[in-house]
Design a protein around this ligand. Structure first.
Ligand code: ADP
Length: 480
């Protein structure tokens, strides 16, 4: 891994503006999932370092909060610019530790940076309210203030964007943050911290702790100083963190699992639907929480859609994401690969047909697959796949497919293709999801509210709503 700016390869925790090893010297190896070679050994910290980081964030809070939003925005703008200037290195780090193809990693760097830029701008416009009084001698006002010290725990599948989508609004709102990145992808997180340091973000405002998940999570949730926790990851861990946060009544944002339906109606533009399916399913080798998981195709267009999708999937090239011609990188680990293979075998054993792909290759790679004649009885209908497999179900009518699409505990992203305006409204309103892509397979951006309902979580990130999660409302009643 040859970085243009070697300073971005940081292997120590970042606490109170200092780069430090774990107190007990513990380290963890970061492995490239494509080559299975060790990239670096990174400090692996625990409870005591977490306490230090919380204390640093608490100390840094008053000075950071008391600046004008404009002053904070200028530093955040500089951080944004440095991320853009260093995007080639950040993308290479991301591909090396997470496996996604370089072009996707470059896209993620731009996406990640956009949250910093957006929230720096938004924070300047956090207006309050003047409420007509209930008595002649009273004046009532509402002001909005940053909630205080925030914690963030992030996953490996978007090693940069899941961090900036939290740190951007938090810092812009005048909060300070302690972040625990995923153990698989600490290098991107630490490189972002290096750039924050270079941008002049003061010591203690943004702290990064690679380390023991359970220990750090417990220390963060137990701390009364931490007023908010933002988590992106699995539903099981989200529930655990919510339970752990109950005793200190933290405000929570939880971006959890999904099980996205992708519906193609008989009146859809089939070529557009195939293009959307490719984008939404095979990005990051199917390892995103908004990846389509269940494809419901109307009976009358099923064979056409399946054939066209298979011919496009056949063109996808599997390999190391640093090769510019590669579209599908490795899966993150063997557990992920085993899960996808098990779902495939279960489906085939119950009557599904493997139209294309699915073979396990050397290392952590597999051929992207298209499965047809999939039914609700198969494991793949219920569980999130998190791999490059598109299972195609047949449906006959609108009401039936809405029921099938909603028949899941999850409610994050959903997609459908139709050219009938009335149907577009009807179906969009009937889907129990936080997000609906209509005639598109790509929905994520910094200006829109990202988030789910049901077991997919709480709160929204990005957009003018995303900063609300980092604010408290304060009511002032003035007697004159
Ligand atoms: P994934 O399947 O994407 O790895 P996880 O929910 O296991 O999803 O992980 C997401 C993030 O949550 C990672 O940073 C991981 O280290 C962290 N994590 C996992 N278990 C816990 C826990 N018990 N407490 C706090 N953080 C945890």
């Amino acid at each position: 891994m040859q970085l243009a700016n070697p300073e971005l390869l940081q292997t120590q925790a970042y606490i109170d503006g200092q780069w430090c090893d774990a107190a007990n010297g513990e380290q963890i190896d970061v492995i490239n999932p494509a080559t299975e070679q060790r990239l670096a050994s990174v400090a692996f910290v625990g409870a005591s370092e977490t306490q230090q980081a919380i204390a640093a964030a608490e100390r840094a809070l008053p000075a950071w909060r008391n600046q004008t939003a404009k002053a904070r925005a200028q530093l955040l703008r500089r951080w944004y610019e440095l991320i853009i200037e260093n995007s080639a290195d950040l993308a290479l780090l991301m591909t090396s530790e997470g496996g996604k193809p370089l072009a996707e990693a470059q896209g993620e760097v731009a996406y990640a940076a956009s949250f910093i830029e957006w929230f720096a701008e938004e924070a300047k416009r956090l207006y309050g309210d003047v409420i007509p009084g209930h008595q002649a001698d009273k004046r009532l006002l509402v002001i909005r203030q940053g909630i205080g010290v925030c914690a963030a725990i992030t996953p490996w599948n978007f090693p940069a964007a899941m961090i900036t989508r939290k740190a951007g609004p938090a810092l812009a709102a005048g909060c300070t943050m302690v972040l625990k990145p995923a153990e698989q992808t600490p290098l991107t997180a630490l490189a972002l911290a290096k750039l924050a340091e270079q941008a002049g973000i003061p010591a203690g405002v943004f702290n990064v702790l690679p380390g023991h998940a359970i220990e750090i999570g417990r220390t963060l949730t137990d701390s009364p100083v931490v007023r908010k926790l933002s988590f992106t990851g699995s539903t099981a861990v989200g529930i655990k963190l919510m339970q752990q946060s109950a005793a200190t009544l933290k405000k929570l944002s939880l971006e959890l699992g999904g099980n996205a339906p992708f519906i193609v109606f008989e009146d859809a533009d089939i070529d557009a639907a195939v293009a959307g399916a490719l984008q939404s399913k095979y990005r990051n080798a199917g390892q995103t929480c908004v990846c389509s998981n269940r494809f419901y195709i109307h009976d009358s267009v099923y064979d056409e859609f399946a054939a066209k999708l298979a011919s496009k999937v056949a063109e996808l090239k599997v390999g190391n994401g640093t090769d510019a011609s590669v579209n599908i990188g490795p899966l993150i680990d063997y557990k992920a690969l085993d899960k996808v293979q098990m779902q495939l075998q279960d489906a085939v054993s119950k009557g599904a047909k493997l139209l294309l792909g699915g073979e396990r290759l050397a290392g952590r790679f597999m051929q992207p697959a298209v499965l047809t004649e999939v039914t609700a009885a198969m494991m793949i209908a219920k569980e999130e796949t998190f791999g490059p497999v598109a299972p195609l179900f047949r449906f006959q009518d609108e009401q039936q497919v809405i029921e099938l699409a909603n028949d899941t505990e999850f409610g994050l992203a959903s997609y459908f293709y139709s050219r009938d305006l009335s149907r577009v409204w009807r179906v969009a309103e009937a889907l129990d999801y936080g997000m609906v892509g209509i005639n598109t397979g790509l929905i994520s951006n910094e200006v829109a509210p990202f988030g789910g309902v049901k077991a997919s979580g709480l709160g929204r990130e990005g957009s003018k709503y995303g900063i609300e999660d980092y604010l408290e409302m304060k009511y002032l009643c003035i007697s004159i």
